[in-house]
Design a protein around this ligand. Sequence first.
Ligand SMILES: N[C@@H](CCC(=O)N[C@@H](CS)C(=O)NCC(=O)O)C(=O)O
Length: 225
Amino acid sequence: MAPPLKLISHKLCPYVQRAVIALAEKGVPFERIDIDLANKPDWFLKISPLGKVPVLTVATDRGEVALFESNVICEYIEETQAGAKLHPEDALQRAEHRAWMEFGSAILGDLWGLETTTDAATFESKRQAIAAKFARVEAALGAGPFFAGERFSLVDAVFAPIFRYFDVFDEFTDLAVFKDTPKLRKWRAELAKRPSVKAAVGADYPQLLCAFLARHNAHLLQLAA
Ligand SMILES: N[C@@H](CCC(=O)N[C@@H](CS)C(=O)NCC(=O)O)C(=O)O
């Protein structure tokens, strides 16, 4: 029987990765459909109001329902699927986790600027913005190994794809955004080992990201030693 969940995806998208990691952490079967965002299929544009991935389609007796917005998708997965709990029980802690998930999206906004700009000054301002946000996250981290201690949570699912960018960027240059954040460095290393995180992208992820940078004539590429 076909799994009732389909995740419309893109091979590089960090927002897609959140949902993939959440599904994997819970052991939920789903079908992943990667699309070309430079040539969006009509069927996708019909179900995605913003024309963005991820979209999770859920088979119901009233037909397929399409959910958009990665954090909404993650919350739906958490509320409906069995398996490990990815949010705290306590309402206040849960709200804090949701806030840090949003903070992760703000970092992704800076990362988009950093990876697509051709301009050195814009690059530097995005680099500094990321370093400043990482310092805020550092102050919120406890003893680890995950964001909230022993238990993997949706905040971990949000930050793992953020850290993954730097595995590729580090090949070009040290952006020094982890310089003063020892807890963040440990957290990054822990997340990189997590099977759900590793499996959220294909083996071609580094090549695809490098090709993306080249297509944007990214300033980052100029920094290669
Ligand atoms: N707020 C959205 C952001 C999703 C997003 O920006 N997806 C990008 C790919 S990483 C996209 O689909 N871009 C296509 C476009 O904007 O045309 C979410 O959290 O799901």
